[in-house]
Design a protein around this ligand. Structure first.
Ligand SMILES: Cc1cc2nc3c(=O)[nH]c(=O)nc-3n(C[C@H](O)[C@H](O)[C@H](O)COP(=O)(O)O)c2cc1C
Length: 205
């Protein structure tokens, strides 16, 4: 396993914001983490509220190609151009917001775009998560962490983990000192290749 961290060379970060309100807590926490990245590491921020995707249409097994919309294509290109993808989603019903979930649904479509090699190209890149929730008990976000870990495992990506914060009203996460401290070093973490539980179990034998 390599020990490359987000401070390595040739990294570029895509932050995918999936809140239903502007300037929400999740964006504040993601910004706090991003501020710590070296100046030379490019950051691109996309807010899915400004680049909305229609509901995903599953045309994976149709012979005619589904025509990609402008926003879809912009997101696909941004995704393929980044070495690190940060899903910044508020905790909604113990998991991803609909906006970020829909963005990931499109990954399934991109897997079958002819000659795009999406799976091959995503392998080895790093997925990260940032979330803010009203609940004080961080264990209730386990479902979201599992979703992101398994998504990364499916694509043979690395997973840097989930940065958690607490807050309900906009801006409230600024009072979560523990989250802001964690944000300072979040992207310095090692991000191992993500594995499914059955792979972990087989590896432990
Ligand atoms: C649709 C919806 C679902 C929510 N579900 C949860 C939840 O399951 N658990 C929780 O702790 N907070 C839940 N919340 C509270 C948000 O996670 C919290 O307000 C968070 O700060 C919103 O982040 P934002 O400001 O980035 O939008 C929910 C809020 C909304 C609007």
């Amino acid at each position: 396993m390599t020990t490359e961290t987000a401070h390595g060379t040739d990294r570029s970060f895509l932050f995918v914001l999936g809140s239903s309100r502007p300037a929400g807590n999740t964006k504040i926490l993601a910004r706090a983490a991003a501020e710590q990245l070296p100046a030379g590491v490019p950051q691109r921020w996309v807010d899915l509220a400004r680049l909305p995707l229609p509901d995903f249409q599953d045309g994976r097994h149709e012979s005619d190609n589904w025509p990609a919309g402008e926003n879809e294509e912009a997101l696909r290109q941004a995704t393929l151009q980044a070495t690190d993808i940060v899903i910044a989603s508020p905790l909604y019903w113990y998991t991803l917001s609909a906006q970020t979930k829909r963005y990931l649904d499109y990954w399934s479509g991109w897997l079958t775009v002819p000659e795009s090699d999406f799976k091959k190209r995503m392998a080895g890149r790093t997925l990260w998560g940032v979330t803010v929730m009203a609940d004080d008990d961080e264990a209730v976000a386990d479902g979201l962490a599992t979703t992101l870990n398994h998504t990364a495992a499916y694509l043979r990506m690395r997973f840097g983990g989930l940065l958690l914060g607490n807050g309900s009203r906009p801006g409230q996460v600024r009072q979560d000192e523990r989250a802001l401290i964690r944000a300072k070093t979040f992207f310095q973490r090692e991000a191992p290749l993500a594995r499914f539980p059955y792979e972990e179990a087989a590896g432990a034998r």
